[in-house]
Each structure stands twice: as structure tokens, then as C-alpha cells.
Write a protein that binds this ligand. Sequence first.
Ligand code: GLP
Length: 244
Amino acid sequence: IIIDEHEAMARLVAGRIATLMRERAAAGRSIVLGLATGSTPIGVYRELIRLHREEGLSFSHVISFNLDEYYPMSPDSIHSYHRFMWENLFSHVDIDPGNVHIPDGALERSAIDDACGRYEAAILAAGGVDFQLLGIGKTGHIGFNEPGSGEHSRTRIVHLDSVTRRDAAADFFGEENVPREAITMGIATILQAREIAILATGEHKSGVVRRSVEGEIDRAVAATFLQRHPNTTFYVDDAAAADL
Ligand code: GLP
């Protein structure tokens, strides 16, 4: 879907999420949302907050799983995805903090593998992700699945690509401060979601959008694996769509 106005894009995506949330609430069941960080989904979160405040959209039955977190990273650091999610969404809605799941960047290294296994198990125990929101990095990463990530990959610790670290440099006041690793859901974890929305805006994303949508499925660009998913919608503005 090519939609140039960013607020309209955010309303469309948030509207779809709200519809699913209301359907589940009406059936007395919980809903599992897979959530993303980065600047692109902020508008969607803003719209969901508006729907909560003005239209009574309740998050009381939402279970959330975030894609990724830097490693090492303290949850209360200004750079943590943990903090990002509370500031941009969770603090403003009625979600039960016990239903929020974000990979823990503060673990001892020796505890990471077990924690990743438990993260996968928790997603399954919750019934699987109903709706997964994604952004895309310049390397084509979804979550932090950098080039080389295979389609069977699961939640794990990964090395960040130098392009990704350079892109994050401004947020961290210098590339040398950007963590070298991250914990991320895998490609297989993401592809298990029943419905996926991936958002990209701006001309700097046009090359990777073309490669993701029209290129061969290839572990050099993780987002190409979404071509195999039966229910994924790519939302792009005119600039990000320019090379399609
Ligand atoms: C980070 C996140 C990704 C996100 C990407 C793009 O690398 N881990 O989930 O998609 O940044 O960020 P932005 O939306 O700010 O362009």
C-alpha cells in the first residue's frame, strides 16, 4: 500500500490493530501483538493512544512481545527499547505490565540462550503472535536480523551490522557508543505471526524496499523472507516506493 501521508498511514495500521483488538475483546479472548521500535512505528503508537483516550480502546487483554533489544542494555537507559516502549505506548494505555515482554538486555551473557528459549516458549504459550508490526533497517533487517540471518532463525543474540551501528550513531552520541550486539526474535519467529504489517518511509529506504519486495528471497536481505508469508502488507510512502 503506497500512502504518502504519514498520519494517514499510521491511522490505517492502528485502525487494523484496533479492529483485531475489539474483535478479540468481544469474544472474551486475549490478543497477542508483536511490536517494533524505531522512528517509523511511533505514529501508529500515537494513534493507538488516541483511540484509547478518545474511543475507549482497551489494552487490558493485550499480550505484547517486542522484537528486540540492544545487548548489553539496562532497561532504564535512555537508549533501551524497554524505555522506548513505555514512553511511546505502554505508559499511556491500560496494558497489564505483566503482559509486556521485551528481550532483556541486562542478562549475564551465560543466561542469554536460556532466556531466548523461554521467550519463544512464552510466545507459543500465549497462542502465537496475532499481529506483528515491523519497521525495516537499511540493511533489510527486520527486528535485528542482519544480513546472513536464516529463515529458520529463532530468538537469539546477534552481532549488529556496521551499517546499522552507523545509523544508530546519532541516537547514541557517536558510533563508538552503539552496542555491538542485540537480542532479537528470529526470522522463523516473525514469520509465525498470523498477520504482518511492515512500514517504511523516506527515500533512504527506497533501495531496500525494492530489494525486499521485488528481489530474490535471500538471507542477504532478511525482509525478503516476508515474500513467503501469506498475510503481509508493506506500507510505504511515495519516497520509499520510488524504486518499485
Ligand atoms: C532498528 C530497529 C528496527 C527498525 C530499524 C529502522 O534497527 N531494531 O526494528 O526497523 O531500526 O528504524 P527507523 O524506523 O527509525 O528507520
